[in-house]
Structures are given as C-alpha cells and as structure tokens.
Design a protein around this ligand. Structure first.
Ligand code: ATP
Length: 300
C-alpha cells in the first residue's frame, strides 16, 4: 500500500524566505506521526501544501497515493483536518454544528451521531456550543474532522489551551482513532505528548528537516552514559577525555554526561575504578523527546 503521505524535496518560497526547503518525509498508513518544530519552522506551510491550499514552489507530494494537483480533491474526501482554533457556531448545539458541516460536505447526516459518540459528546450534543468548555470545543472540532470517516487525520495543536485533564481526554481520543486503523499526522508543541502518542516524528527547523525517525531510535541513538563519582568530578573528566570513543562530556553539578556508545558502560566503569575513581552511580542517560528536540533545534 502506498504511504499515507509522501513528500519529495518539497519546497515553498515566500519572497526571499524559504518557508519549507527540500522536505522529504513519509507517513505510513496506520501510524501516528509527529511533525515538530519551533515557531516558524514550516509546519503549517507543509500542511497547507498537502491540502492543496498553498502551491509548492518545487518538489512533489502525494496524499493517500494521489499526487498534489487536480486529482487531490478526491483524496481529500478521505482526509479529516483540524487546524488551530476551530470555527464553531456558538448558538447552535453540538449536533447542529456538525449537521451544518455534514451538509456543506455532502456527508450523510447519520455520521453526526456516530462522530458525537466517538468523541464522547453525545450527552451534551443538544446544548448550545457556547456553553461548552474548551475541551468540549476541541472534541467538537475533532468530531467535525471525523465526519468524512477519514483514513488520514491531520491535527494541528489539538490540545492547545486545554487543562491537564482535557489534554488527557484528547490524547485518549487520538489513541482510540489510531487503534481504529486511521493514520494521524499530529503537529504539537507539547513534546511529552508527542513522545506518548507518536511512533515516528520529523523535526523541522527553519524549513529544513533536521531529524526524522522512530522516536525510540532517535532518543536511543543520542543516549550516552550518565555517571556520578565520589569527590571531585574534574579528575574523572580528565580521564574520560583520554578515551577515543568518548565524543563529548558535560557536567551538571556532580553528574557527568558522557557521549559514548551505551554498550561501553561497563568498560567505562572499570576504567575509572582502575584509575582510583570511585563511581557512585552509573547508567544510561535517559533523554526525553523534549531534551532531544531542544538539542537538535539548537534552542539550548
Ligand atoms: N503567507 C506568507 N507569506 C510570507 N511568509 C510566510 C507566509 N506564511 C508563512 N510564512 C513564513 O514561512 C515560515 C514558516 O511558517 P509556518 O507558519 O509554516 O511555520 P510553523 O512551523 O507552522 O510555525 P508555528 O509553530 O508558529 O505555527 C515563517 O518564517 C513564516 O513567517
């Protein structure tokens, strides 16, 4: 089966600024894929190109096997989109809001009950949307994205502005949608959320792809070793510098982070002991997606 999304050297230039430059990513069917990057990295522009809202300057892309171009409208019928603050009619109730959208999209009105049920809003469906909490509005927006029974769902900051309980609800909903076999492209600034939900991510910076891959692999590849010694760390650092396979060292208080292959951990321990350094703690460095993101985007 063709991937849900493919981009090949996709670029968009606005006047002198490259908003997206030579972007090549692949989102496989059925996965939850995270598109990450600091403000201005090009995420929204990428989504806009995929939806046919912005014409690429160069490169290619295909959505559900259909290349960007005249055929795209057909593929878009199987795509659900929720981008930032959704437009909701405050005086219509939840069900009526969805009915308006269903009619506009020539979608069977019977879908309305089904999507209200999926997002857990059926009990409040007859109340005016203006009485909804932010979390319920967000769920209503996701319900709208689900109307076409989409194979691919694009969610831009779906938990924006939500309290922790609201975030958990939306995350559970995303897991549920993924479990139904839908593909999800998730843009989010909440990196621990991405880490929990996504199998793979692409990280953009200033329009360019700086990392792409399986979240676990990305974090592991950059993992390194964390250790704490008795007494002054300076002597240990000097010794570690002498090892050819140590590519970097950082100290935070009494803790030393060693950039080295993780399978060297026992060897490193023995080496320090032989040189009369007492190791109080040693193990693999646990790196969160957040730390990784800040390191690769150079914001730290
Ligand atoms: N219509 C436009 N005209 C000119 N420049 C634009 C236009 N749209 C976006 N840009 C520029 O392109 C770059 C990428 O913007 P984009 O909105 O795609 O980033 P983003 O990753 O979605 O950021 P954010 O997280 O802030 O939404 C930015 O430098 C932005 O200023």
């Amino acid at each position: 089966m063709t991937p849900a999304i493919v981009t090949e050297s996709l670029s968009k230039r606005y006047a002198s600024r490259m908003a997206v430059e030579n972007l090549s990513i692949q989102v496989q069917r059925g996965e939850v894929f995270g598109l990450l990057g600091p403000n201005g990295a090009g995420k929204t522009t990428t989504i806009a190109m995929l939806l046919g809202l912005v014409a690429p300057t160069s490169g290619h892309a295909a959505l559900l096997g259909t290349p960007l171009g005249p055929q795209l409208a057909v593929a878009l019928r199987k795509v659900g989109v929720m981008i930032e603050t959704p437009a909701i009619y405050p005086y219509l109730n939840g069900a009526e809001n969805l009915l308006v959208l269903a009619r506009a999209g020539r979608i069977d009105p019977q879908r309305v009950d089904r999507v209200l049920q999926i997002v857990g809003l059926q009990e409040r469906a007859k109340e005016a949307a203006r009485t909804y909490s932010q979390g319920m509005r967000q769920r209503l927006a996701i319900a709208a994205a689900l109307l076409p029974d989409p194979e691919l769902i694009i969610l831009d900051e779906p938990t924006n502005g939500l309290d922790p309980a609201g975030m958990v609800e939306i995350r559970d909903l995303i897991r549920h949608l993924a479990a139904e076999g839908r593909t999800i492209l998730l843009c989010s600034h909440v990196l621990h959320e991405v880490e929990q939900l996504c199998q793979r991510v692409a990280i953009l910076k200033e329009g360019r792809l700086i990392a792409q891959g399986n979240v676990a692999d990305l974090l592991q590849r950059e993992q390194g070793i964390r250790l704490r010694v008795e007494g002054d760390p300076a002597a240990a650092i000097a010794l570690l510098h002498a090892l050819p396979w140590v590519t970097g060292l950082t100290q935070e208080g009494t803790v030393i982070f060693v950039d080295a292959p993780s399978q060297r951990v026992a060897e490193l321990n023995t080496y320090l002991a032989r040189n009369d350094i007492a190791v109080a703690e040693i193990g693999l460095r646990e790196r969160s997606l957040e730390t990784f993101f800040l390191e690769v985007t150079g914001d730290r």
